[in-house]
Design a protein around this ligand. Structure first.
Ligand code: AR6
Length: 351
C-alpha cells in the first residue's frame, strides 16, 4: 500500500520495475526515456525493437538489463493539447496499465516518473494530481505493493507560494529564536564566576538509543528479590505505567469507529507494520510512523503530543520537520499526501 513521492534520478532506483515515459515507437528518445536507455544499455533497445510500438495510454514490459531495476515498463503518455483532448484519461490509463503489468509480472516495488510532464508538455502540478489519484486508487486494492513517484524538480509541487512563505517564516523565526537563546546562554556562561561554573552539567555520554526491552511480567517474577529491589517510589511509578503507544492507537481507532485498514491506509503505512503495532502492546515505532498515525487519526496537537510522548518522542519548536507537522495539525491538514508535499518542499523526510 505505501506510496512515496521522492526526488531522485529514476535510473538509480533499485525497484522491481521502473516506468519509462516513452513514445509510441518505443525506440528511445530524450528526457527520462533517453536516460533509461543510456543506463540500461543497448540490449534494452534490441528488446524494444521486437515489441513493435505501443499506443498512447498503454504499457509494455521489458527486462532492465544494466539497470538496478529488474524490469522497465514502457508507457506512452498523452501530448498535452490544452486538456480537452482526453489527456487526463490517457494519462490515468498510463499509470493503471503500468501497475497492472507490474502485478502480472510479480513486481511489488515500482517507480514512476511524472509521465508526460516534460517534452509532452502536461502541466506538472496537474500531472502530479493525475499520477497521485491513479496510483492511490490502484493501491486501494493492491496492499502489498509499494509505489514511488519520482519528482525530478520542484515545479511539480502544488504547495502554494503563500503556504510556502508562511512555513518558511515559521522555520526562520524558530531559527532566530534559537540563535538568540544560544547567545543568551553564551553570555550567561561567560558572565559566570567559578562557583556557578561548578553547577554546569558535564557533557553526557551518548545514551544508547536502543529502546529498553519491555519489562515482561513473567521475567520479573523469576528474578531474585535482590535484583528487583528498586526504590519504593520507582516501583510505584513502574506499577502505574501509562497506556502504551499501541494501546492508545487502538483506542483512538475504536473511538472513531474506524477500521484498521482505513487507519493504516490513511497513514500511508504498510499493513505488516500495522499488524506489529496491533499485536505488540510495547511496540516502539519510529517517529515518522507515530506522526503518520496521529495524522491518520486526525488527532489535535495535544493528542499528537500525547501519542508521540508514549513512543518517547516530542515535537520540537526548532526542528523544521516538527514545525511543519505542527503547522499541518493546526491547519487541519490531515491528508498524508498533502503533508508529504509540504515536507518535500522543505527537503524533509516524508511520512
Ligand atoms: N529521473 C526521473 N525523472 C526524470 C528524469 C530522470 N532521470 N529525467 C527527466 N525526468 P519526459 P514526457 C522527468 O520529457 O513528457 C521522450 O523523448 C522530467 O523532469 O522524459 O512523457 C520520449 O521518447 C519530467 O517531469 O517525458 C517521448 O518522445 C518527466 O520526467 C517524450 O520524451 C517526464 O519528462 C515523452 O515526454
Amino acid at each position: 500500500m505505501p506510496f512515496y513521492i521522492i526526488r531522485n534520478d529514476i535510473t538509480k532506483m533499485a525497484c522491481d520495475a521502473i516506468v519509462n515515459a516513452a513514445n509510441s515507437s518505443l525506440l528511445g528518445g530524450g528526457g527520462v526515456d533517453g536516460a533509461i536507455h543510456r543506463a540500461a544499455g543497448p540490449r534494452l533497445l534490441e528488446e524494444c525493437r521486437g515489441i513493435g510500438g505501443c499506443p498512447t495510454g498503454e504499457a509494455r514490459i521489458t527486462a532492465g538489463y544494466d539497470l538496478s531495476a529488474r524490469h522497465v515498463i514502457h508507457t506512452v503518455g498523452p501530448v498535452w493539447q490544452g486538456g480537452g483532448h482526453g489527456e487526463r484519461e490517457a494519462l490515468t490509463s498510463c499509470y493503471t496499465e503500468s501497475l497492472r503489468l507490474a502485478v502480472e509480472n510479480g513486481c511489488e516495488t515500482v517507480a514512476f516518473p511524472l509521465i508526460s510532464s516534460g517534452i509532452y508538455g502536461y502541466p506538472k502540478a496537474e500531472a502530479l494530481t493525475v499520477a497521485e489519484t491513479a496510483i492511490r486508487t490502484f493501491l486501494e486494492t493492491h496492499e502489498d505493493m509499494t509505489v514511488y513517484l519520482i519528482v525530478f524538480d520542484r515545479d511539480a509541487l502544488r504547495i502554494s507560494r503563500e503556504r510556502f512563505r508562511e512555513i518558511r517564516a515559521l522555520i526562520d523565526d524558530a531559527y532566530v529564536a534559537e540563535q538568540e537563546a544560544k547567545d543568551t546562554r553564551r553570555r550567561g556562561i561567560f558572565g559566570m564566576n567559578s562557583m556557578s561554573m561548578g553547577l554546569m552539567q558535564m557533557p553526557q555520554k551518548k545514551k544508547d538509543k536502543k529502546a529498553p526491552p519491555p519489562v515482561h511480567d513473567a521475567v520479573m517474577e523469576e528474578m531474585p528479590a535482590a535484583a528487583t529491589a528498586a526504590p519504593p517510589d520507582l516501583s510505584a511509578a513502574l506499577g502505574q505505567i501509562d497506556e502504551s503507544f499501541s494501546q492508545m492507537v487502538l483506542r483512538e481507532i475504536d473511538a472513531r469507529g474506524m477500521k484498521d485498514s482505513e487507519c493504516y491506509k490513511r497513514a500511508n503505512m504498510d499493513r505488516k507494520l500495522f499488524s506489529k503495532i496491533r499485536s505488540d502492546i510495547h511496540y516502539r515505532p519510529k517517529k515518522t510512523t507515530a506522526i503518520a498515525l496521529a495524522i491518520a487519526l486526525r488527532l489535535d496537537l495535544a493528542g499528537t503530543r500525547d501519542l508521540l510522548q508514549k513512543a518517547g518522542f516530542a515535537l520540537s519548536k526548532s526542528v523544521p520537520f516538527d514545525i511543519i507537522i505542527e503547522y499541518c495539525i493546526l491547519h487541519e491538514i490531515y491528508d498524508v499526501m498533502e503533508v508529504n508535499e509540504i515536507l518535500f518542499a522543505f527537503d524533509q523526510a516524508l511520512l
